[in-house]
Design a protein around this ligand. Sequence first.
Ligand SMILES: [Zn+2]
Length: 455
Amino acid sequence: MQKKWHLGIDDTDSQSGMCTTYLATQIVEFLILNDVKLLDFPKLIRLNPNIPYKTRGNGAISITFSAPENKINLLWNEFVRLTEELSDIQDKNTDPGLVLIKGDIPNSILNLYQRALFQVIPLDEVKRLLAEYESIRTHTVKSGRGLIGATSAIAANLINDYTYELIAYRDPKNNSHRLIDEPSVIEADQKNPLSFNNYDYEHKQVMIIPHGPDPVICGIRGETTSAIIKVWEEIKVAQTVKNVMIFRSNQHTQVHFPKEFSIEEIEPYTSVKVRGKVISEPKDFPGGHVIFSIESLNKRIAVAAYEPTKRFRKIIRELKESDEVLVMGGVRPESSEHPMTINLEEIQILQLSPQYKKITPKCPSCASSLTSSGKNQGFKCRKCSYSTSKKEYINTPIGRKIRCGIRYVIPICAQRHLTKPVSRDPALQFHIAEAIDFEQAFDSFLKRRPFITKA
Ligand SMILES: [Zn+2]
């Protein structure tokens, strides 16, 4: 009898090579070869991007399939073998973890995902949780810290919002340059509005190509599988493509800011959404960083737009004292040089404080501009003989360059995988998801795959 299984994998990659999605692709190939039915696309799940010991992406994988109970030992042994073969275990920060859950996912595990999106989850807690269920299998290398992400990825629910990513791979032994034609990326991006973040027009940068030594040639992201397949078909790639896989993902859905925090509740390495009043205006610091502070309920915290956020800093410099803002970002811990600081990903202006500029009044008799008669004295007119001992400037309201009701998001080149780009909002307005029968959609992708893998 067929049973439903959920496999989760995490912490197999490092800064210096390999990639958990490549391992997932090899596992999918093995399952297909053994006539195991996948019940969904493999899932690429991004978790809290501020965990200090993780690679910047903090991405875990889960795969849901159906297989008879008597086949599971064989499959599990191969999952373990492939993980050990394709993990960068030499790296001191790579501690792989595998989790296999049969049937429905227990509630206590489902809740873990919601927290893993913005908090730091202790490994002990996850180990205790998994140990409560006899039927759950795990495999760990070294500390097995990957169990946190592996379990969270299984628990990830992609019901309200999700995106897809098509990832193309080269031979992992051949990590030469990635040869993708830039104009063809721009053209394909413009022709396919349901694919996004392919190109950063502001900084003239191709965004689909990673820069590490991993086997990924490129990753194309979008709302539908058909949109990303089209982009992939339209871009010019001048190298051998070994494989392509499509993942369903929580990337670019902004799920890492699920609730508002008060300033008092903020902890290091978490992702937070906080509202407050600007209490000290933005200042430029060496290295190109722009920093201001907000206050709420008598607590304050520093907020920073760092140099890599480029033009976004122009928006931040426009903030004035008493502006009410909603900030979203990752929390950097306090150090000897700076206090605990929110590293901005997005800001919304809730209310702009009125700003005035002082101008000198006009002469009541000849209408020329008055000039100051000196410190602690009034005004005088240079054209006629008018003078006054009162020094009352006129306050004129100043127009502001920033607006309420807009999501100001850091540019594509600085975005985290979970950041929701502004381009998604209008694209989704009239978009109805084309496939919610994921099993069928994945099958049709597999049939199509031989025709879209470029030689
Ligand atoms: Zn005058």
